[in-house]
Design a protein around this ligand. Structure first.
Ligand SMILES: O=C(O)c1ccccc1NCC(=O)[C@H](O)[C@H](O)COP(=O)(O)O
Length: 219
């Protein structure tokens, strides 16, 4: 089994960004959505440029205009964008032309029609499955992962929504070859936008320990 990539989302504090970067997540997410408690209002461009190039700087948007997204890509030298609203395949395609990685997020509940994904197959790099909420993300709530059995797309996806330390074993047992990355956010916070590096360190340490029955007493 290959290792899960890890994404830490909702970063905004300069010191905290650098602390979390020392754990080497594959992705770090910055939220450019003003209503979010994690809105990166005064994100420090200089701090982002200190991040190792292996960490993909990911801008998270909800129904932003193409111009706004492109401005942020340029200003913060983003590697990826994560689109959390009702963005169309056309906007995904237009943004991707610029060479940026496109992660299209979908809110999942029992009513989600997985056929919607068909329109996004050719214009995105990854899907992200999050819990359906009015707030678009960062709810701290998990959806029923059993619903993913209805996903017939072979595209790699990020699993998101309320992931926490006690979920490690269940995630290891999902055994889905399309599951590419895990998105961590509010369950690893001491306050909105501020991550607990020690709690993240524990998750990082145990999640890719492939022996599903490995000792996890320190969790
Ligand atoms: O985190 C937010 O506040 C947020 C608000 C609006 C759109 C997206 C948002 N977060 C995007 C993420 O990738 C989160 O990590 C994802 O929603 C899961 O968050 P959580 O349920 O807190 O683990």
């Amino acid at each position: 089994m290959s290792e899960y990539k890890l994404k830490v989302c909702g970063m905004k504090d300069p010191g905290n960004i650098l602390e979390v970067a020392s754990l080497n997540p594959a992705y770090m997410g910055f939220i450019f959505y003003p209503p979010s408690k994690r809105f990166a209002r005064e994100l420090d461009q200089a701090v982002l440029q200190q991040l190792p190039p292996e960490i993909k700087k990911t801008g998270v948007f909800v129904n932003a205009s193409q111009q706004e997204i492109e401005d942020k890509i340029k200003a913060f030298r983003l590697d990826a964008v994560q689109l959390h609203g009702a963005e169309t395949p056309d906007i995904c395609k237009a943004l991707r032309t610029g060479g940026i990685e496109i992660i299209k997020a979908f809110g999942i509940d029992e009513h989600f029609d997985f056929h919607i994904l068909e329109g996004y197959e050719d214009c995105t790099d990854y899907f992200l499955f999050d819990t359906k909420t009015k707030g678009h993300g960062g709810s701290g709530k998990a959806f029923d992962w059993g619903l993913l059995r209805k996903n017939v797309s072979g595209k790699k996806y990020f699993l998101s929504g309320g992931i926490d330390l006690p979920d490690i074993r269940e995630i290891q047992q999902l055994g889905d070859p399309s599951l590419y990355a895990l998105d961590l956010n509010s369950r690893f916070e001491t306050e909105p936008g501020l991550k607990d590096p020690e709690k993240l360190r524990l998750f990082f340490k145990h999640i890719n320990n492939n022996a599903a029955n490995a000792a996890t007493e320190d969790i």
